[in-house]
Design a protein around this ligand. Structure first.
Ligand code: SF4
Length: 883
């Protein structure tokens, strides 16, 4: 090991494969995107599929059983030792993931995987051939329908006893937690009103322990009634946390796996048929190597969840995301019973397990989609945790987007692969071949549907409409939409999305919309006939209709059902062009772009108030609903909480509960509003970030409202901080998924992380790793068409204030997660109106100070913090290393 300049490092790495940790990230830092070599993370994923490791020298050292490096130079030299320790495991007699390794490595060898020859030297060829991956996976059992839940009562005292049992004798339940468990029990009583569920809104400050407070009555009710409670979250962080509470409820692992099931949308899971296709030559080059590593993982995964489950989040990004989405069932092409892996399918298994479970841990989107258009029974008892996100989740779930990307997906679903496209994708005709040969009327409808779907855009549509060569009525409409947007839109961020209100359309747009509407109707009709014929086939139950064929026809009916609903919604949207606007909706035209490159053209529709469909579809049919959050009111009154959860649309009484956080915010936190960083002064902003991060010695979460400013600040300060031993990670800059960025940030108290909205909500980092939050400016909503409409309906600037207060409350909430945490919250904007300050906890001290004083205060707060002191030592070492 020796030091090298950037240029020499690139030259050496280009000619000889080097041991690297995270090639895309190192390549990006070197300014050499094509960097490749022997990536330790790939080796780890091969040896320990479905195990978690933080993808840093320290994280991987721990996973390999080595002491983490204590300096930068040690971090470089330890890579070789990690490689050695991992390779040694191949010969260890107790290596639990041995089965399948030899066969997969042989395939990887053929694909030119760099580690394969080294692995092959250590791996003994098994005496008997290894079982095929697919035959190793367990099969699910078909079960009868579960009877409806029995009537059951949970008294407040029962809930409290259960809570005491869950918290254990060491941890006395806190008063707020006990009160919440009692209040939450009311949700599970017999429903009192015809018009709505037992509903409770509960604002429980951070540190109350609200998770166990609702799990206590929920688990009791599930046990007594033999029913299921759905616990819905917005972020993966909370989903993981809930899952980790499982051992308190069921100590036995097998029992736990049956009684608590995590459910996600089907696009999260590995589709075995897609994997088989990829392994058999459907993928080439690096994507084929990824497919082999995913195949290794598939044999050991708990549930087949590729996004946020036990597939390391960093694995797809090592392959620059090539192929990983093609391994899931994103396009709804599942052939159900027609699939050779149906009985082993992860999605089918999760769905069946969910039906039998006491607790289903899901997310808001899945709960809403299930209630809106599922072949499953809608959830009856629901706990919405992170309830402050219900509005946004409903907003996107009930959104309608009629654009090029959506309509080409529909065409592919119906027609199947066309032109040069590869893969196993099949159209409707291939999926329903046996039905078509049995039922003539169905066969004709299928033919007509395929014919009509050719009016939808096909590959290359974006290029054609940009060149004025649109083909067919839908491409014709999209060309008009695009023209209108470019003519009317006021550019916001250069190179990013453009939009304009759907108002006063000109004659050409109205004409194009009418032609497109006709084309959609021509498609609607045969799809409706086909649905009816499929239902008739199910009723006839011919001899060939075994349980698998039945499942496939059922799947097609289900798929047709929601595609017809989509078509109807698109039709309604088009019918409105040229006519009066529907005041329940906000409609606009958009050209979506990233860095100046167009990727979609669309007509969008959102509910002005998306909690209306939420109330109709999810809340009213449910028996009991608890909505909870630490910031449910977002610094406002209960009226705000009712508006943002759909409670205002129910005719029944909705209960309220509140418990203050037990933390002494005055003692453990402060808010600093910096008065002398000028808006628009990028150099000043970057300098402020760097100095504040230095004062806290890392441990900083920096939040931005615009990606461009985030990138600009990062570019100015990352090197300077790195030289001082303070790593700076950044969303939208580092080629790593946000979940992994947070894992790295959490693991290193010296690291800092810059990000946008998603990080404001999804970061749960208790302890010293997060001690300073910096917001670059007041997080006003972006001035979009949708925002303008909601602002007007919601009381003008009062609406904006509510949005900002909710955001500030969320951002501040990242800081103090548990007893003993300390933190400072800094806003680099003098233009912070005092009326917004009630977003923060009542007793926290808020000061307006110049930057120098803010820096001095931050330094002062953490002067004796062990994490900061140890960074100081590390920093001296980094400087010594450099010198
Ligand atoms: S049943 Fe459907 S989702 Fe499951 S493996 Fe087969 S095609 Fe994929």
């Amino acid at each position: 090991m020796r030091e090298a300049t950037r240029g020499e490092a690139i030259a050496r790495a280009a000619e000889t494969p080097h041991i690297i940790l995270n090639a895309p990230l190192v390549g990006q830092r070197l300014g050499y995107a094509e960097l490749s070599g022997l990536d330790l993370l790939e080796l780890f994923a091969f040896i320990h599929p479905a195990r978690f490791a933080v993808p840093t020298p320290a994280g991987l050292s721990r996973s390999a059983g080595l002491d983490p490096p204590s300096s930068e130079s040690e971090a470089a030299s330890i890579l070789q030792r990690i490689a050695g320790a991992l390779i040694e495991r191949l010969t260890a007699p107790g290596w639990p993931e041995r089965e399948g390794a030899w066969t997969v490595n042989a395939s990887l060898h053929r694909l030119g995987w760099g580690w394969a020859p080294l692995v092959a030297k250590r791996l003994e060829r098994p005496e008997r051939g290894e079982r095929m991956l697919f035959s190793r996976l367990p099969q699910w059992e078909e079960l009868g329908d579960r009877p409806p839940p029995l009537a059951a009562r949970v008294d407040p005292t029962d809930a409290q006893s259960k809570l005491a049992q869950l918290t254990g004798s060491n941890a006395e339940p806190r008063e707020g937690q006990k009160a919440m468990a009692s209040a939450a029990a009311s949700v599970f009583a017999a429903r009192k009103s015809r018009d709505g569920p037992n509903m409770l809104l509960a604002e429980a400050g951070t540190g109350i322990g609200k998770t166990l407070a609702y799990l206590a009555p929920a688990s009791l009710w599930a046990e007594r009634s033999a029913g299921t409670v759905w616990v819905s979250t917005f972020t993966k962080a909370l989903q993981r946390q809930l899952d980790s509470e499982g051992p308190r409820l069921f100590a036995d692992a097998a029992e736990r796996a049956k009684r608590i099931v995590v459910r996600k949308g089907r696009e999260n899971y590995l589709c075995l048929l897609n994997l088989e296709d990829a392994l058999q030559g459907g993928f080439a080059g690096r994507a084929a190597i990824l497919a082999q590593l995913v195949g290794r993982w598939a044999a050991y995964t708990r549930d087949g969840d590729m996004v946020g489950g036990d597939l390391p989040g960093w694995l797809p990004s090592l392959f620059r995301r090539a192929g990983s989405t093609a391994l899931t069932d994103r396009r709804g092409e599942c052939v159900y019973g027609g699939c050779p892996h149906y009985r082993r399918c992860f999605i089918e298994r999760a769905e069946r397990a969910g039906r039998e479970a006491d607790l289903v841990i899901a997310n808001h989107a899945l709960v809403m989609i299930n209630a809106a258009r599922s072949r499953e029974i809608a959830p009856q008892q629901i706990v919405f945790d992170e309830g402050h996100h219900l509005f946004d989740a409903a907003d996107s779930t009930f959104a309608i987007c009629f654009g090029g990307q959506e309509s080409i997906e529909l065409r592919r679903w119906i027609v199947g692969p066309e032109g040069k496209s590869r893969g196993r994708r099949r159209g409707l005709a291939a999926r329903l071949m046996d039905v078509a040969s049995y039922d003539d009327e169905g066969a004709v409808a299928l033919e007509q549907a395929i014919e009509a779907s050719r009016a939808l855009p096909s590959d290359g549509w974006l290029g054609r409409i940009a060149e004025g060569a649109a083909f067919g009525p839908i491409e014709g409409l999209l060309a008009e939409v695009r023209g209108t947007v470019y003519a009317r839109a006021k550019a916001q961020d250069a190179g990013y999305g453009l939009e304009t209100e759907l108002a006063e359309p000109d004659g050409a747009l109205v004409g194009a919309a009418a032609a497109a509407h006709e084309a959609l109707e021509a498609l609607q009709k045969p799809l409706a006939v086909l649905s009816r014929r499929l239902e008739a086939v199910l009723e006839d139950a011919p001899d060939w209709l075994d349980s698998q064929a039945r499942a496939r026809v059922d799947g097609a009916i289900n798929g047709l059902h929601w595609r017809r609903e989509t078509l109807a919604a698109w039709g309604a949207l088009l019918a409105r062009i040229g006519g009066p606007a529907d005041e329940d909706f906000v409609d606009w035209l958009a050209v979506d772009r990233i860095d100046g490159r167009e990727f979609d053209v669309a007509i969008n529709r959102r509910w002005l108030d998306p909690t209306r469909p939420l109330a109709e579809v999810v809340l009213k049919p449910a028996q009991g609903v608890l909505v909870t959050s630490a910031t449910l009111r977002g610094g406002d009154g209960w009226e705000t909480a009712e508006q943002r959860t759909g409670a205002t649309h129910l005719d029944c009484k909705v209960g309220q509960f509140e418990a203050d956080s037990p933390f002494d915010y005055r003692a453990c936190s402060q808010v600093l509003i910096v008065t002398d960083v000028k808006q628009g002064d990028l150099a000043g902003l970057a300098g402020a970030y760097a100095r504040l991060i230095e004062a806290a010695q890392g441990g900083t979460l920096g939040l931005f409202t615009a990606i461009q400013r985030l990138k600009a600040v990062h570019a100015r300060i990352a090197d300077r901080l790195a030289r001082d031993g303070l790593p700076l990670l950044a969303q939208h800059v580092d080629p790593i998924d946000p979940g992994t960025l947070v894992d790295i940030f959490r693991d290193d108290p010296h690291a800092s992380l810059l990000g946008t909205d998603a990080l404001r909500d999804g970061v749960d980092v208790p302890g010293e790793s997060l001690r300073l939050v910096i917001m670059e400016r007041v997080p006003w909503p972006r001035p979009t068409v949708l925002h303008a409409a909601r602002r007007m309906a919601g009381g003008g600037s009062a609406y904006d204030d509510r949005v900002v207060r909710a955001r500030l409350a969320q951002a501040f909430g990242r800081l103090i997660r548990r007893e003993g945490d300390r933190g400072v919250f800094v806003i680099l904007s003098a233009a912070m109106p005092s009326r917004l300050l009630r977003a923060f906890p009542r007793d926290v001290e808020v000061s307006r100070v110049p930057l120098d004083e803010a820096i001095a205060r931050v330094r002062n707060v953490f002067a004796n913090d062990p994490a900061v002191v140890s960074v100081g030592e590390r920093r001296s070492e980094a400087v010594a290393d450099r010198d």
